[in-house]
Design a protein around this ligand. Sequence first.
Ligand code: ZN
Length: 115
Amino acid sequence: MKVKGEKERDCKAIQSLIPAYLSGKLSLHEARIFTAHLKKCRDCREEIEISYLLDQGITRVENGETVDLHADLEEMLSDTENAILHLTQFRTAVYIVEFTAVFVLIACILILYVF
Ligand SMILES: [Zn+2]
């Protein structure tokens, strides 16, 4: 369990990322920390809900849309988690391809020198 001051500092950092998250400007690394924190922190969860309502709610109401903003936010957060997962898998795949390419290259050089 974290001490109170430490948690508050984490929350401040996370809450300062909310505007960037809502406008899709977080890096992969930031988004990962952000969504992981929101999963376990009610305070920050409430903060993002309020921000999301203010940000999206007014525009939607002006457009005459009736939507479930709470469900929309949930969807946005799970989309982010999926995107992080896909990007992480993609990066792993790129590393494997790069590693294989380097390995093949070294093997070719060795074969050329040995034979
Ligand atoms: Zn928090």
